[in-house]
Design a protein around this ligand. Sequence first.
Ligand code: FAD
Length: 433
Amino acid sequence: MSDPRKPNAKDFRVAIIGGGMCGLACAVGLARLAGIQAEVFEAAPKFEEVGAGVGLGPNALRALDRLGVLDAVLAQTEDADRTARRMVFVSGLDQHEEVYDYNNSSELTPADTGIGIYRPAFLDAVLLLVDPKTTHFNKRCTSVSSTASGAYCIHFADGTSHEADLVIGADGIKSVLRTAVVSTEKKVLQFTNTVAYRGLVPRETLERDGMKIDMSQRVYCFVGIDKHIIAFPIRSGKIINIVAFATDNSVPAGSVEVTGPWVEPVPQQEVLDKYEGWGPDVMIMLNHLKNPSKWFIHSLTPLQTFIREKIALVGDAAHGMAPHLGSGVGQGFEDVFVLCELLAHPSTNLSNLEDVLKAYDALRVPRANMVLERSHRAGVIYEAYGKPGYESAGDMEGHLAGIWEPIWRHDLDADVASAIAGLQQRGAFSAAD
Ligand SMILES: Cc1cc2nc3c(=O)[nH]c(=O)nc-3n(C[C@H](O)[C@H](O)[C@H](O)COP(=O)(O)OP(=O)(O)OC[C@H]3O[C@@H](n4cnc5c(N)ncnc54)[C@H](O)[C@@H]3O)c2cc1C
């Protein structure tokens, strides 16, 4: 744990709004890389994650490693074994014929591995690294205003406020901080017309009921028309994380407004009805999906910028995306790593913070938006297997091969080095540092 008495190594104060996976990773990264004790403001009464799995690709693990978070996460979970996150695509119907094995996309290298992890275990591990004196609960940010001295006053729903020089918005897809960064006139958040039914099922129960596909190692994607199901093992293969997606393509994306909650419990029968006629292994999985939750999947239209002055967005606040490439939080960890590295640079101080955030923006906007757009495209491909979509496995392969490599095999250190070189060239950083 960082030493609470240690003064900030920098001449600016940092506030992080939102204590989800990205906000907390950011607090740890700032303390470890930059010696900055950021204050974290969380709307909920405690830090909490949904009881579900999350897949972390090789790029996400590299970012977590560099932030000083990965070892703690691996030590806390039963999911320390890295496996290739490469999917096997099988038909959702009939006897689940293999459609495409992503192992055929390119040669597998040791650096291509990731993990599937139980989200609450991730949070428990990261919390051990965060100084509790810097965390504040029941602090729902409502707005941010500028002060006469050039700092920010962060306002909370309970009537209190807090002053900081740099505000990091890690407040998720419904971000309030985003309204301080981009124009509120343009609608940037839309319902994708896709819902996801989620649940966890013990693997041995599935096997006992005759599931033929071996779910102990690989990530499976069951494909069909307007629907697909992702299933992968967590907790050393003991538990299977199941996410069943269904899309209403009868109306254009963005035309439906979800006015109720975006997550709600639903009767299991709703899920069984939705997938009626799908193959035997799918029905075994769904028959065991007790107490499923239904998620209305929203996505941002790509933002032109993640910053304004000394406010920066990270994670879903910046690029909330459809989860079809399992890369949303991985992009958030990349944001956090790049931001922490730039803030940690010896030349970074209050006087050049805006230049530093511009460098962050120049790197992160194109990359995270590329992943956002690919994620959307992947969902369309997964849900086009069969009439009237791609009828042959070869068609699917042609569209899927190579889709992950640019996400997984990216060199973040080279990004940071080029940003620093740019800051030096523009005179924002001294060339000597
Ligand atoms: C079905 C599904 C499956 C997914 N699977 C994967 C996967 O396998 N791999 C992957 O990489 N990604 C996946 N994702 C995406 C991933 O869950 C998100 O990218 C990730 O949770 C974003 O983290 P975050 O910290 O940016 O935001 P969040 O997790 O949303 O955290 C935001 C935090 O801010 C708090 N907050 C909100 N508003 C305020 C406010 N006004 N003031 C103060 N605090 C506030 C919230 O309470 C919360 O604690 C999936 C998403 C879904 C829906």
